[in-house]
Unconditional design. Structure first.
Length: 187
């Protein structure tokens, strides 16, 4: 049972890495994978994800790219770089990225050409990290949860931005995962 949950968790990390990355023609496939994974543990998220999937299927790729860029590249409060959201353009961000690089190297993770704090890269990394690794807990609790709280705070509940429900779903998922870490510690 725990292995199945762990596998599902890692698959969700992978799905969200694709959904939060620059849009590609196979985005709908990743959303469907995410829907299938979330049905059991997060049924309240399915309608929003399915609506996002419909939007993706009905919107030309060029328009999706524009929306993505406006959401994550132009809007400094909702940047796709965790360190930028947490620290702005400061030395702390540089230290944070250097620490991430060390963690990646220690675990033989290849981030490719992206910066270490690129949120889709962080999710790809989570997908490959052992679920009992304490760094996973730290990355979720001290980095990703605060990042998604800040990202979500930039949008009103009635926002028409199609990525807002995704940001909200990820926040719910990360909080639930962080709660499982806490429960493990108290056992």
């Amino acid at each position: 049972m725990e292995n199945t949950l762990a596998s599902k968790q890692q698959q969700l990390y992978s799905c969200f890495s694709f959904i939060l990355d620059y849009p590609t023609l196979d985005l709908s496939k990743h959303i469907q994978n995410c829907v299938n994974l979330l049905k059991t543990d997060y049924p309240e998220t399915i309608e929003s994800l399915e609506n996002f999937q419909i939007f993706i299927k009905e919107t030309p790729i060029g328009k999706l790219e524009e929306i993505y860029t406006a959401t994550f590249d132009i809007n400094p409060a909702c940047h796709i770089f965790a360190g930028h959201i947490l620290f702005g353009e400061s030395f702390k961000r540089g230290s944070f990225m250097a620490a991430l690089e060390e963690e990646y190297q220690e675990r033989n993770f290849d981030k490719g050409k992206e910066l270490a704090d690129h949120i889709p890269i962080l999710f790809r990394f989570l997908n490959q990290v052992d679920l009992n690794d304490t760094f996973l807990e730290e990355l979720i609790a001290d980095c990703l949860i605060p990042v998604f709280e800040k990202m979500n705070a930039n949008f009103q509940d009635d926002s028409t931005n199609p990525y807002v429900p995704i940001l909200r779903i990820i926040s719910v998922m990360l909080e639930k995962i962080a709660n499982t870490f806490e429960k493990r510690k108290t056992k």
